[in-house]
Design a protein around this ligand. Structure first.
Ligand code: NAD
Ligand code: UFG
Length: 347
């Protein structure tokens, strides 16, 4: 490379699923930290518009390869074009209910796609991966807060795909200790970039609580159904560990920094350690937005658990990371995105 080029001394990161909700926020922090980033996405659950907006935020163009992780030639193009040395692997399908109806599609996309990705990484001599796992791998935990050594289980194909991928990546490390593998188990991501220009943009009626709340507040939906008020929690509604997506993104940057120091597969919770109920979230959101969120109590949703929140101390210890944004900021930022973009990325 000629000395006049502006190539940064830090490495090139391939971000699969980088156009999606968590990926797009992470791309911003990676670029701000000085990494070269290549987004690899087939846009099956995202749009090019999110990339355009990220380019505006960071003030420079972003390299994008439109491709499918199941297609080895698409992947080879990425590795042949760029000197990738680490992959942050967000690409995957994530709707729990859909996974029950279409298990083969989920196993094909998530599990087979990850196998193909790792094969091509191996071919290219790139053996570092940070993987998006989920708190769903804890099933119905016996107690809270949840530490990384809790038993794992799954009640649906989506969750099982995460468990399978975790095991596949552990096997890969056993076969070849040159691999660096970090499994990040996310709790419940919410919020958006403070600019209000990028955020979560689910297809159709949202499954998850926060986008349902924001779409109700903006008038797209009439009423929130609170799924169950008879759980063993402080107000009877389900308790979760909501974490700001910018904090989550920062956790990936930390994982990347620490990666060279790791000599085993690292499994790390990314949560705040605080649990909020559905009604806590509704109240916090109403306060942050000044909007009322009409709700009614509905039956429990099949497969839901009462309580799920992280013990985040291992992340603090090994990544020197902890969440810094509170529920108020999560609600404010979710609302800024939704109110500025009532139809998400669709004009
Ligand atoms: P998202 O759907 O917004 O982003 C996923 C991205 O991957 C999308 O841009 C999609 O187009 C892309 N993609 C999917 N299949 C692909 C394929 N075969 N080839 C190329 N690209 C593909 O979802 P998200 O919320 O940003 O989640 C990112 C990751 O984090 C996923 O693996 C998800 O399972 C995991 N996760 C999400 C949550 C959550 O609540 N959002 C919680 C825990 C874990
Ligand atoms: N809820 C409602 N009404 C709604 C939607 C949700 O009352 O319309 C309640 C749920 O019953 C639960 C809480 O809000 O108590 C959170 O529900 P979400 O669907 O937002 O999140 P989950 O904890 O069920 O699951 C999410 C992702 C999973 C992921 C898990 C842990 O959907 O894929 O977080 O990361 F595995």
């Amino acid at each position: 490379m000629s000395p006049s080029t502006t190539h940064h001394p830090l490495s090139t990161i391939l971000v699969t699923g980088g156009a999606g909700y968590i990926g797009s926020h992470t791309v911003i922090l990676l670029i701000e930290a000085g990494y070269d980033v290549v987004v690899f996405d087939n846009f099956c659950n995202s749009s090019r518009e999110s990339i355009k907006r990220v380019e505006k935020i960071v003030g420079k163009p972003i390299s994008v390869i439109e491709g499918d992780i199941r297609n080895r030639n698409d992947l080879r193009l990425a590795f042949n074009t760029y000197a990738v040395d680490t992959v942050i692997h967000f690409a995957g399908l994530k709707a729990v209910g859909e996974s029950v109806e279409q298990p083969l599609r989920y196993y094909d996309n998530n599990v087979y796609g990850t196998v193909a990705l790792c094969e091509v990484m191996q071919e290219a001599g790139c053996k570092s991966i940070i993987f998006s796992s989920s708190a769903t791998v804890y099933g119905d935990p016996a107690t809270t807060p949840i530490t990384e050594d809790f038993p794992t289980s799954a009640t649906n194909p989506y969750g099982r795909s995460k468990l399978f991928i975790e095991e596949i990546l552990r096997d890969l490390y056993i076969s070849d200790h040159d691999w660096k593998v970090v499994l990040l188990r996310y709790f419940n991501p919410v919020g958006a970039h403070p600019s209000g220009t990028i955020g979560e943009d689910p297809n159709g009626i949202p499954n998850n609580l926060m986008p349902f709340i924001t779409q109700t507040a903006v008038g797209k939906l009439s009423c929130l159904s609170v799924f169950g008020d008879d759980y063993d929690t402080h107000d009877g509604t389900g308790v979760r560990d909501y974490i700001h997506v910018m904090d989550l993104a920062a956790g990936h940057v930390k994982a990347l920094e620490k990666l060279p120091l790791f000599h085993e597969v690292m499994t790390i919770n990314l949560g705040t350690g605080t649990g909020y109920s559905v009604l806590d979230m509704v109240k916090a959101f109403e306060k942050a937005s000044g909007k009322e969120v009409p709700y009614c109590i509905a039956p429990r949703r099949a497969g839901d658990i009462a309580k799920c929140y992280a013990d985040p101390s291992y992340a603090k210890k090994v990544l020197d990371w902890k969440a810094s944004k509170d529920i108020e900021e999560m609600c404010e930022d979710s609302w800024r995105w939704q109110s500025n973009n009532p139809n998400g990325y669709t004009a």
